[in-house]
Design a protein around this ligand. Structure first.
Ligand SMILES: Cc1cc2nc3c(=O)[nH]c(=O)nc-3n(C[C@H](O)[C@H](O)[C@H](O)COP(=O)(O)O)c2cc1C
Length: 202
């Protein structure tokens, strides 16, 4: 598929065909795209938890939700046969930038006004989202509720230094409802672009 079409077609999909598994080689290809993401200092401080069996997917939902069977969002999302949880690792960046070629002598987090560990893991996530479209799949990036994090970590043995930045459901699309957020409309390029100086007309 052409890149422009992949971008145009990308949208978050919140309902999946539960009877159509995702071939493991496709999941591997998506992970292969993820590790091609750019990263500050080529730190690559990320880790991806792949849940691709009914048991592990069920464990994810049990750990991260209250199991509200009437929740239509949850019903659709739970039909996804695969979940990939992208994690960022701040320590990998602090360590990397303390290496001789970067010249920092300390691991001071104050030098990081923008947490690139989250940014880079977000870049990797987007490559997976776009790759899913290219493979004819649907995917949705969504947040894990903060109060569910301890249970999530415990269930899957996630080390402390890794932070899940969200989670991605992946599967073949089933009809779903458009997100109410989309009523906000997409902002025009001209509204968000400043030429030459802030406020400069597009
Ligand atoms: C960082 C981030 C967090 C998001 N969290 C959720 C979420 O928790 N639940 C959900 O259904 N969608 C979530 N979304 C999807 C957005 O609602 C969606 O991207 C937005 O409404 C635009 O729709 P589109 O991606 O289908 O074009 C999230 C998207 C991003 C980028």
């Amino acid at each position: 598929m052409e890149y422009a079409e992949v971008v145009r077609r990308r949208r978050m999909v919140r309902n999946y065909d539960p009877d159509r598994p995702v071939p493991p080689e496709i999941v591997d290809r998506l992970l292969g795209y993820a590790v091609h993401a750019p990263s500050a200092g080529f730190s690559q401080g990320w880790g991806f938890l792949v849940l691709d069996t009914p048991e592990t997917v069920e464990d994810f939902w049990a750990a991260t939700t209250k199991g509200d069977t009437k929740d239509s969002w949850l019903q659709g999302m739970q039909r996804a046969p695969v979940i990939v949880v992208p994690h960022s690792n701040r320590d990998a960046y602090l360590d990397r930038y303390a290496e001789p070629d970067k010249g920092r002598t300390d691991r001071d987090e104050a030098r990081w006004p923008i947490p690139y560990w989250h940014i880079d893991t977000g870049f990797a996530s987007l490559l997976m989202l776009l790759g899913a479209i290219d493979e004819g799949l649907g995917a949705c990036f969504f947040g894990i509720p903060p109060d569910a994090l301890p249970a999530y970590r415990k269930t899957f043995g996630v080390p402390d230094e890794y932070t899940p930045i969200g989670a991605i459901t992946i599967g073949y699309r089933a009809p779903d409802r458009r997100s109410p957020s989309l009523r906000r409309g997409r902002r025009e390029v001209a509204d968000v672009t400043h030429r030459g100086r802030w406020g400069g007309r597009h």
